[in-house]
Design a protein around this ligand. Structure first.
Ligand code: TYD
Length: 133
């Protein structure tokens, strides 16, 4: 499974806490794009795609949601619910996001610019691709 959970260093003192992410340092790629997902709805699922070229780190800055990760052979469920933990997802991994808490905010760091042509949005196409590799 081409994913891992990263524990980020927290700079904390009596004023609060801070986490810093830097490309090719504690983020294992050059950061080309940042986006965030908010105003989510618990019963609405998102994702349901894979990427041919993209690597990402996703952080639940606030709230929680469940990720389903699938490499075409195995399927695992992970709760993302801490602002100091990043979920790294590599290439060719099917992902679904669901069970969003109210007010959940996901920040995503991406290794490429947005390119719809490198998305795989059909699960059968995804299975064909990974089983061919
Ligand atoms: P979508 O891929 O459906 O979101 P999710 O990550 O939940 O699967 O993206 C929603 C819309 O936003 C879709 O029209 C594509 C657009 N979009 C961009 O224009 N740029 C981006 O960087 C991203 C991630 C999405």
């Amino acid at each position: 499974m081409n994913y891992k959970l990263l524990d980020f260093k927290i700079f904390g003192d009596e004023r609060g806490k801070l986490i810093s992410l830097e490309g090719n340092m504690n983020v294992p790629f050059e950061i080309k794009r940042v986006y965030w997902i908010f105003d989510t709805i618990p019963e609405q699922e998102r994702g349901k795609h894979a990427h041919k070229d993209l690597e990402q780190i996703i952080v639940a800055i606030d709230g929680a949601c469940q990720f389903v990760l699938d490499d075409g052979t195995n399927r695992e469920k992970i709760w993302l619910n801490r602002p100091d933990v990043g979920l790294y997802i590599g290439k060719n991994m099917w992902r679904e996001m669901r069970h969003f808490s109210y007010g959940c905010k996901l920040m995503v760091l991406a290794s490429t610019h947005y390119d719809e042509s490198e998305y795989i949005r059909n699960y059968q196409d995804f299975l064909k691709l990974v089983n061919k590799n």
